[in-house]
Write a protein that binds this ligand. Structure first.
Ligand SMILES: [Zn+2]
Length: 140
């Protein structure tokens, strides 16, 4: 489930004093393919794996909504489905984060768009080693 260097990238960010968050569209919840508890279980599994190298994720935000295809309680044009910045804005408010000191790495243009809309520097990662990609972006 981990792309190359992902765990090591998280550890690097931890060690340099950054908070680390996962921000993910999960319209499969809205569509009824799986429940919210599956996302929480995934988060727990990720942190269990990361604990082995003394790393951790500080929080996870997910959007369960979809504007067109979802069960009624999730059928909405929300403010959190990327490219909307709602999940990032929630984290920025909750953790009192300075967006100018933050960065986001994603594998889709919508990830970068969400970052930009939250005044966070967005970086598109396609392949390679995530730690090597992240290292030059961090400031000591
Ligand atoms: Zn949403």
């Amino acid at each position: 489930m981990w792309i190359p260097g992902a765990r090591e990238a998280i550890k690097l960010a931890n060690d340099q004093g950054y908070l680390v968050f996962v921000v993910t569209n999960q319209s499969g919840i809205g569509r009824g393919y799986y429940g919210e508890q599956a996302v929480h279980a995934l988060h727990d599994q990720m942190n269990a794996d990361l604990a082995k190298i003394d790393a951790h994720i500080d929080g996870l935000e997910f959007c369960p909504h979809h504007p067109k295809e979802a069960q009624p309680e999730y059928l909405t044009t929300c403010d959190c489905r990327k490219p909307a910045p709602g999940m990032l804005l929630r984290l920025i408010a909750k953790w009192q984060i300075d967006p100018a000191q933050s960065l986001m790495i994603g594998d889709k243009d919508t990830d970068v768009a969400a970052a930009t809309a939250a005044n966070v520097s967005g970086h598109l990662f396609s392949d390679g080693n995530l730690r090597d990609f992240l290292a030059p972006l961090l400031t000591d």
